[in-house]
Write a protein that binds this ligand. Structure first.
Ligand SMILES: [Zn+2]
Length: 74
């Protein structure tokens, strides 16, 4: 796969993969879906997750603010 193929893949560049449901610190994420939401965390980088893992990540990931700070990223 090369950068030159971006024309045929809409929105392919800079598309972050889901880091849920544990925040990607318990091992490599096995989801791989494109992230749709950014979950704000205390003293940690924001966590990007897909719709399926948005709920679980709020409950299981480290440092998630409460009430949660969620931003739609795409
Ligand atoms: Zn996911």
């Amino acid at each position: 796969m090369t950068d030159r193929e971006n024309g045929g893949l809409a929105g392919r560049d800079r598309t972050a993969s889901c880091g849920g449901p544990y925040g990607g610190e318990s091992g490599p994420g096995d989801c791989g879906d494109p992230a749709r939401f950014e979950v704000a965390r205390h003293l940690r980088a924001p966590l990007w997750v897909c719709p399926v893992h948005l709920g679980p990540s709020l409950l299981l990931a480290d440092g998630v603010l409460w009430p949660p700070g969620i931003r739609l990223v795409r």
